[in-house]
Design a protein around this ligand. Sequence first.
Ligand code: ZN
Length: 258
Amino acid sequence: MRPAKLWRGDATHGIRYHHAMPKSVDILAIAAHRDDVEQTCGGTLLKMAQMGRTTAILDLSRGEMGTRGTMEARAREAEDARQILRVSWRKALDIPDGCVENTFENRKKVAAVIRELRPRVLILPYWEARHPDHYTAGVLGYEAAFVAGLAKLDLGFTAHRPFKVIYASLYAEVRPTFVVDITDQFEARLQSLLAYRSQYSDQASGTGVFPREAEIREKLAHMAGFYGLLAGVKYAEPFVQKEVGLVEDLLAIPVQSI
Ligand SMILES: [Zn+2]
């Protein structure tokens, strides 16, 4: 399902505000690159939005190092994906693509967004990955969340720390702490990824369709199917939390054992 119209906005700063600015959001997902969130937790964000939660995405970079597509094209694609996933707010910082570093300057940039949006739940990339930008984004995001809570640090907004930090672990070879059932969101999540036409369409063909769509669909279905199997559902997205889970009622624990 393609959005009817593209958002037109400030193409020079990469800063994109949507709707009226929410006072606070329930969930903020941070990732290194545009389309990372779509790959690792897009189904979960859509599911939360469908449950009435407000969601937001902060991309740390703008994709200027990508071999395909311009920065402006990727910004429009990110906006299309935002609409498909019903995300309330999305912005891209100006941290260099391919060079995401955990510096105090960058921590302050991310902390200012955390203070501005005041999320209860923060989703970060898992802290180990093949791509340095990905694991650095996980560590940078965590430390920025800490910095955001330092009351004496002046960042222009009231101090705030998310209640919960969870890690999207789709690309890490690690057993998730829990998974989110995205069976009903799988198709839209695929479409949000295909919205990145400069990345995922075969431009050489000139057909205007997605020759790689079947290949992408199969890969996503394998990954989501694997994590779904772990919890007895069709498709799921995996997460790691560092804290121990707390149970009130043994009879309400989900996922069958035997
Ligand atoms: Zn990435």
